[in-house]
Design a protein around this ligand. Sequence first.
Ligand SMILES: [Zn+2]
Length: 348
Amino acid sequence: MIFIDGTWLYTNTPRLSELANRKDYHIDFGKLPKVLGDKVAERIGADVDVVRTYLFGSYANNFDRRDADAVQRRLDFFNMLREEHHYEVETFPINFFGRRLRRIDREPGDNFEPREKCVDIALATNMLVQSYQQGFDIAIGLLGDLDFKPVLQEVRRAGRRVQLVSIRTSCAPEIADTADPQRIKDFDTIWLEDMVGPLELTYERHERSCESPNHEGDRMVWTTFRPRKGQRFYCDVCRAEFQQQKMEAIQEYVTEDGNYMPQEDLPTQTGEVKKKVADRGYGFIQAEDGYDYFFHLTDLEPGLDFLDVNEGMKVSFSVKRSPSPLKAGAAQLVRRLQTMSPGNMRDD
Ligand SMILES: [Zn+2]
């Protein structure tokens, strides 16, 4: 079984393209479990069947909306692993209290430290429970942090073997130490940078039809982009246009002195999507207060695609403009109302 520190993986895989000295280098996460399994098999001289890959990570929540794209990229990454490659992904929110993600973008003197909650403990608990339930023989851990030392030692005491996988420039020295005085592993660490060849994601150029309702002209375009399962493909032009609209919408929240209006105090409402005007990119929500609220596709929370919004869908949202008996209100931060689904997105 493979256990992945998802935050470590997400922040450090870009280094592989630096180390491979290739900007366009990407890991094929579909191949990763098998490539690692084969490598371990070679070491122990027996077949290794990677049964499951667990990943534990975090994502920003309640952040300054100017960082929406960065947050979305990370959520997309986790969703891709879950949906395309059947990793068992568990993610936990980090509350940014309306702030920018990067310290450099925040007010000078703001000493806020984002804290990951639950992630390491969730990984450790899972690894321990599985090792005592005899769920695996070898735990392959993709991580860089020595916080995991106690659990690695304990897994070994439970009679399981530990194989660590990391990146030389992104790990605690003990992970690289072949003498292993801490007794945290059974094999020398596997270095991802030594495996860039077998792990490479290769693309082929192919023709594909743009599915944006705003597309102009011939829909067939050449691309190397492969949309994920169940996702629509937009050509570069339509993508850039969406991006532009989104940036314009975000400007509304920036005050004259360039500060961002905090939104955590805005009243929240729930309701149902009453009407969706797909080709114009907007719709209306009938809220539980009895009023209608307008929303544009740029008013959706990261993680909710306008194309996945359907009439009748239950949503919650923040009020951007209050309604009156004559005029609909306006919604922002529209998100799917969490129902009793077996999904793994957790809120605490
Ligand atoms: Zn298009």
